[in-house]
Design a binder for this molecule. Structure first.
Ligand code: FAD
Length: 520
């Protein structure tokens, strides 16, 4: 299909018998991890751009590229692809209301992406191309290629920061270096935002652009959102669960945020760690795909906290601090791009020897380690494409410290299954648990899975939900059935024996990490 604005305008003239201005310059918004209309800096710029009077009016177009090869190379989970497609449909509707047509194009080879975008620019007579920055190394490289191609074709490319409230690179230590540790970063973040609270204000809503092409004329060019992508299909059961737990669209997402702020945020400090409680916001899939901005989230929390950001309601402040973790991991990506290349943040850990026993890894993946809390977490991930934060920490720490399996295998498994898969947060979380990352504590932070279990799932409700073999056990037995039940009673459960003895595994891990550090 060639979509030439001039043809459309001719058709419009013919149909309406009205004369309209022929635009000589148009704008294109390229959507990537920012599938929203509201508080989208690049979209806002594209839509509100004013050309000089002599250049007359403009049309605004939008494009989204479906790029399975790129998704495959980044281990994007099928459940996340399903979520993206569902949100893309909503985005298309919202753009229709703004009179901005959304072009959807599939690209077979990731290396073709720059060429495809520029081809569309030429077809649509785009003078200005807009996109929000993605901080991962591969994405940066791709955008550099597009920049070169755009410049060659006299197209102005504007890349904007829209993922964070405080853009990566802005905050520096006293020594003018990027932060490597969260707490000083957080304090600096608060100081920066408190010095100008207007940073928190989301952009005003966009109004339908009367000068944009009327959608009716674009309907001849059918850019349908596919309902699935070959290679990324999900089972009907997972689709049902995913749709129920994570409905698509900005409108739903904002109602979820409002509900969280109103009903749960003030109790967040304690409730966030209790695995059976729905005490967190569940906004991560929406933040990861850009259905909502971090700024919209924090602004709402700030307003509910009587215009305070670092003081006031402790639950709200704690929640804002989690969003700051997200900002912290993004600035880590931007400042230390080696983390995008399978490298530990602390480079000296690169030669650590891992066990990598396939059998143990498989049992971890399937939730059959014999540690109920670990198994519950992994089965939640496999069953719904999402896992509670406390469980993520427990299962990650267990894989790395108890099984001594390379954190990168776990990181990859998570990406392949998470609906909220997000490189910065996932890599940051895994490296924190593996002690190769930005954790201020040294390697001897090792969780005891049984203690974690009784502390954060005291009634055993979370385990009962995800490990039905154990559902009739009481709250004392359920955390460690192998340790407390008689041999014959344990056998009847049909539940595996622990894959390792935690106490022994802990000593081995400590020794290994210590020896490794000594050898450096
Ligand atoms: P809430 O508690 O309501 O927090 C609000 C938002 O703050 C989250 O949606 C998220 O965007 C951000 N946030 C919360 N905790 C963290 C954190 N520890 N680090 C960075 N940002 C945070 N989060 C992802 O979005 N994608 C991932 O792929 C991911 N992988 C992880 C892997 C490991 C090993 C660990 C330990 C954590 C990972 N996290 C990841 C962080 C965290 O577990 C999830 O963001 C959180 O569980 C999402 O639930 P929520 O939206 O209800 O969070």
């Amino acid at each position: 299909t060639t979509l030439n604005p001039d043809n459309l305008i001719k058709k419009q003239k013919h149909d309406s018998n009205q004369s309209i201005d022929i635009p000589i310059k148009n704008c294109l918004m390229w959507f990537r991890t920012d599938l929203r209309i509201q508080d989208n800096i690049a979209l806002h710029k594209a839509s509100t751009m004013i050309f000089t009077k002599s250049e007359k009016s403009k049309y605004v177009f939008a494009i989204y590229l479906i790029s399975p090869e790129e998704w495959r190379s980044h281990d994007v989970a099928p459940t996340k692809v399903d979520f993206l497609l569902r949100n893309l449909k909503e985005l298309k509707e919202s753009l229709n209301e703004l009179n901005i047509p959304l072009i959807i194009e599939s690209v077979d080879n990731a290396s073709d992406v720059p060429g495809v975008v520029i081809d569309w620019c030429k077809r649509l007579r785009i003078s200005h191309l807009f996109a929000n920055i993605e901080y991962e190394v591969d994405e940066m490289k791709r955008d550099k290629q597009i920049f070169n191609l755009a410049t060659f074709n006299s197209i102005k490319l504007e890349m904007l920061h829209s993922q964070c409230i405080v853009n990566p690179g802005l905050l520096k230590t006293k020594e003018e270096k990027p932060y490597r540790v969260y707490t000083p970063f957080k304090n600096s973040w608060f100081r920066y935002v408190e010095s100008d609270l207007s940073i928190l204000e989301p952009l005003p809503d966009l109004f339908p652009n009367s000068k944009s092409i009327r959608i009716s004329y674009l309907e001849t060019f059918s850019f349908k959102v596919p309902s699935s992508i070959p290679g990324f299909e999900i089972s009907s059961e997972l689709a049902k669960i995913s749709r129920l737990n994570f409905p698509a669209g900005e409108q739903y997402c904002h109602s979820l945020l409002s509900q969280f702020i109103l009903q749960k945020a003030s109790k967040y400090s304690n409730a966030r760690d209790i695995l059976s409680q729905n005490g967190t916001s569940s906004l991560s899939p929406y933040l990861a795909s850009g259905i909502i901005s971090a700024r919209q989230c924090v602004y709402k929390a700030f307003k509910a906290n009587n215009n305070k950001i670092s003081t006031g309601n402790s639950g709200i402040v704690k929640w804002i601090e989690e969003i700051i973790w997200r900002e912290f991991y993004r600035q880590i990506l931007a400042a230390f791009p080696h983390v995008c290349k399978n490298m530990p943040f602390k480079k000296h850990f690169k030669n650590i020897e891992w066990n990598n026993e396939e059998e143990n890894f498989m049992r971890w993946c399937q939730g059959k380690t014999g540690y109920p809390i670990v198994d519950a977490g992994m089965r939640q991930l496999n069953g719904m494409g999402w896992m509670h934060n406390r469980a993520r920490m427990i299962v990650a720490m267990f894989l790395v410290k108890d099984l001594l399996i390379d954190w990168r295998k776990g990181e990859r498994y998570f990406m392949n299954h998470l609906i909220d898969g997000d490189f910065a947060n996932n890599n940051g979380g895994w490296q924190w648990c593996a002690s190769t990352g930005s954790d201020a504590q040294p390697y001897f932070r090792i969780f005891n899975p049984t203690t974690q279990s009784s502390k954060f799932d005291p009634t055993g409700e979370y385990i009962r939900k995800w490990v039905p073999e154990l559902k009739h056990l009481d709250s004392k037995q359920i955390h460690n059935p192998f340790g407390v039940l008689k041999g014959s009673e344990f056998k009847k459960l049909g539940y595996p024996e622990p894959i390792v003895d935690h106490q022994k595994a802990r000593i081995v891990a400590l020794e290994k990490f210590k020896n490794f550090c000594v050898r450096l």
